[in-house]
Design a protein around this ligand. Sequence first.
Ligand code: 13P
Length: 338
Amino acid sequence: MNEKMLNETARGMVAPGRGLLAADESTGTIKKRFDKIGVDNTEPNRRAYRDMLFTTPGFEKHTSGVILFEETLFQSSLTGQPFPRLLASKGVIPGIKVDQGAKPLAGGGADETVTEGLDGLRERLKKYGEAGARFAKWRAVITIGDGTPTDYCIDVNAHALARYAALCQEAGIVPIVEPEVLMDADNTVEVCEAVTDRTLEVVFDALYRQRVLLEGMVLKPNMVVSGAQCPTQADVAEVAARTVKVLKRRVPSAVPGIAFLSGGQSDELATAHLDAMNKLGGLPWNLTFSYGRALQAAALKAWSGSNVDAGKAAHLHRARMNGLASLGQWDQSLEKAA
Ligand code: 13P
């Protein structure tokens, strides 16, 4: 294992002032996004949309890397350059989602899933590395509900995450380890904190037992928030304090950085939460973003299939706001000014 290279790539992914653009929606997921703006989910449209994002002038200042879907890794930009090469030419690290989705967990609790995609992963990683991918992503889903999550669900997902991470590192690819505790139920923030704490404990135990190099990975967790259906919502300061408390307890300082998912938070709230955590200071790892919806929602709407310049402007604004939040230098007045 090339420990030095893995560490350098991981540190580059969480470099101060920059974060990750998660543009790895599967063909089914991007259809849901396109349906909302009345765009057909065709291969040329997916390519044009991703081209708009990746050719946004100046986005590379705030964007360390992009997570691609497999189709995009092997596509070319509208000017004919393969997307991974286009990104690399701007100093943006190309990455790839390698899991094959969360599937119902046999014998699990209601709505519980386990993420699939380990069979043949070694061979796929080789192919992705040759195409230019330097990091990968695997998302495990933990659902809060009546009697869930079960320990069984957390255990099998942690085991799969660690197996994936070990295979990535063997291939010289930095694994993003993403255990997502969903935020759309009616649970309180205390329940989210307890479940996130337990999940991270089990995940890091599995990573340790499967000999994953902590210096050569990036953690992509949820923030500790109130469930979207919960009548009382924790404010920004409480979310920041609870999230940092759990991370400090469960994430070894050997991990170079933590890049959050947005998980359904509004654009501005996702930025405000990240900023508040970085303003707390004294953190042993870099804290940044790896947002999908919270980076793309405005750009997608502005683009709506043809308004390329408007899409780029909206993308650049969100990337810049989150870049500032990763330094604890964001302020709400910057949103209004824009
Ligand atoms: P969201 O930020 O929309 O949650 O997506 C991030 C991601 O990559 C989930 O795997």
